[in-house]
Design a protein around this ligand. Structure first.
Ligand code: C2E
Ligand code: CA
Ligand code: CA
Length: 568
């Protein structure tokens, strides 16, 4: 049986309805699973309830009946200590009666004419389970504030549309209020409730009689299941104009995500998940109000999911490789190799070489980045030691730290462990921390970075100029090197005087802090020369070398040693 309730012994159910046809229908639906009693009016019902009070699992109660109606039965049961535990599901054709019935203690509703019998069975089973057990949740089918369906009921009805009208092309639509918590904070909860109520009304209007349904999920999240439309402009205008009626100038903004029925999207629930993803993409994007989930987004999502699944194997099978990009000092008589940056590469068996831009942000979201970073640190420490042994001098290499690493309480222990295992000192492994990490939680970060420096690690501030450091903050930063974001260099290509001034400004800041600057993204001799004249100490970029595998990098070291020898 589809909605078997997991209860082994048969439960006793009382059906109360004055219409014979209804009693017969319910008998047909329920008799396979339950033992049944029948009553034709409230008085008979009360007699049966009292006679079987210890055995009775549930009552299905019609409201409109002769002699004694359903409301009176509800009141009588509710007033009696011994009977109160018996749950009652009300059978009703009138929405208006629901609230009163709820107030009188009804546990749920079954609407007339009757729903699909599976739904009736599911409700009966669920209410019995609830009453016998553990979680007593008062689950109402409609949300009081908005009149829309609540959570699971919405999905049940949406499923029903699919079952009855498999040929209908249905869109999942998710609506959300931009920064609803602010609306509440600024104008009060009552106003917030009125906003939600109005949206509910408008959705009811727009979905009524067109084979569509609306639901309210959590706080300010609404769902609509509706036949595919080319545009949702009309729906949105109806919503916005209703909101305008109470909000005046303070425009309350609705975001809308739409997911049509697409190949391979999965079930109804995931169609709504995708609509929600599309909706969330609009967060903070004020140039548009509707976002459609499309096959392109789907492919990206599937690709990302695949990468997340592949990562453990990738580590085991050493699909990750560490490349090195040199940093050259440019103030001497000739460019001299000074240090390097370790950059990860993923040689994926199916997708070929994947650039870190495609997976680092993804792994930052789910914490997997730590595993990747630790792999890179370990490989790098090993490599520094190997070169040191081979060439008799140390080429310091920097590794990238992600935000999550910086807040990892075991960070120092991990780094010191690597340094020790490879017989290095903390000076030989440098750490890059991106500027934007500093702006997240400056105090905690500054303390952390200071501690790392006390241990002897050198800290390079990465992507400087791309974040929003205040000058005030910069002056107190514990850092050893500023890495100027590559946008600065790349903008100058366009030959703008102002952009060159910005570079000088960064160099001035570094001078004030007494730290050297590494300019990243340097691709041409002119750029390099311009930086040299401006006083920049170090350069990293394709002009000298792309990031390369260690074997290739060894040749750069050898060349450097050779040049040094020639100079005596
Ligand atoms: P990043 O730390 O700013 O690294 C510099 C990026 O600039 C590298 O990209 C490098 O290949 C690229 N680049 C260097 N010179 C030039 C140039 O002249 N022109 C241009 N157009 N690009 C240049 P890559 O290797 O693709 O890495 C991208 C980002 O991924 C890195 O930016 C870093 O944020 C992150 N990343 C790379 N490896 C790791 C890692 O092991 N751990 C963490 N957490 N992040 C990493
Ligand atoms: Ca970096
Ligand atoms: Ca950088």
């Amino acid at each position: 049986m589809a909605y078997s309730n997991g209860i082994n012994t048969r439960r006793l159910v009382l059906v109360v309805d004055d219409q014979e046809i209804n009693r017969e229908l319910l008998e047909m639906f329920l008799s396979d699973d339950y033992d049944l009693l029948f009553a034709e009016n409230g008085q008979q019902a009360m007699e049966l309830i009292r006679a079987h009070q210890d055995m009775l699992s549930i009552v299905l109660l019609d409201l409109m009946m002769p002699v004694m109606d359903g409301f009176q039965v509800l009141a009588a049961v509710h007033a009696d200590e011994a009977l109160r535990r018996i749950p009652i599901i009300v059978l009703t054709a009138e929405r208006a009666a629901e609230l009163r019935a709820l107030q009188l203690g009804a546990a749920d509703f079954i609407t007339k004419p009757f729903d699909m019998h599976e739904i009736i069975l599911a409700r009966v089973a669920r209410i019995i389970e609830l009453s016998e057990g553990r979680t007593i949740i008062q689950a109402a089918e409609r949300d009081e504030l908005t009149g829309l369906y609540t959570g699971n009921f919405f999905f049940q009805y949406a499923e029903r549309i699919n079952r009855y009208h498999p040929d209908w092309d249905m869109d999942a639509v998710v609506l959300n209020i931009e920064r609803f918590h602010l609306v509440n904070d600024l104008y009060g909860r009552d106003f917030g409730d009125r906003v939600l109520g109005l949206i509910g009304e408008a959705i009811l209007d727009q979905t009524n009689g067109v084979g569509a349904i609306g639901g309210r999920m959590e706080a300010d999240q609404f769902c609509v299941y509706i036949r595919h439309a080319e545009s949702y402009q009309e729906l949105l205008e109806a919503l916005q104009s209703r909101l305008a009626s109470i909000s005046g100038n303070s425009r309350i903004r609705l975001r809308t995500g739409v997911c049509p029925r697409l190949e391979g999207i999965g079930d109804l629930q995931s169609q709504f998940d995708k609509a929600k993803i599309a909706c969330n993409m609009l967060r903070g994007n004020f140039s548009r109000d509707v976002m459609y989930y499309d096959m392109e987004m789907h492919r990206k999502e599937v690709f990302s999911e695949g990468l997340v699944n592949d990562i453990h194997r990738a580590v085991e099978e050493r699909q990750f490789q560490v490349y090195f990009q040199p940093k050259y000092g440019i103030q001497g008589p000739r460019p001299a190799l000074r240090s390097a940056e370790a950059l990860i590469r993923w040689k994926h068996p199916d997708h070929g070489m994947i650039s870190p831009g495609a997976f680092i942000p993804l792994f930052e979201q789910n914490g997997l980045i730590q595993m990747v970073d630790e792999y890179v640190w370990a490989e790098t420490a090993r490599q520094i030691a190997a070169w040191k042994a081979e060439y008799g001098f140390t080429l310091p290499v920097s590794v990238n730290l992600s935000r999550v690493d910086v807040y990892d309480p075991a960070l120092e222990e991990k780094l010191l462990g690597l340094v020790e295992t490879n017989g290095l000192t903390t000076h030989e492994l440098k750490l890059e921390v991106t500027e934007s990490a500093y702006t997240d939680d400056p105090e905690q970060l500054v303390a952390r970075v200071q501690h790392l420096r006390d241990l002897g690690f050198q800290i390079e501030m990465d992507d400087f100029g791309s974040g929003y450091s205040s000058l005030n903050m910069i002056s107190t930063l514990p850092i050893d090197v500023l890495k100027m974001d590559m946008k600065f260099i790349q903008n100058v290509k366009k030959g703008n005087e102002k952009d060159f001034k910005l570079i000088e400004l960064v160099l001035d800041i570094a001078e004030f802090l007494h730290v050297p600057v590494v300019a990243e993204g340097v691709e041409t001799a002119e750029q390099c020369e311009m930086l040299r004249q401006a006083g920049c100490s170090l350069v990293q970029g394709y002009y000298f070398s792309r990031p390369i595998p260690p074997a290739e990098f060894a040749r750069l070291i050898e060349k450097e040693l050779n040049d040094m020898k020639l100079e005596g």
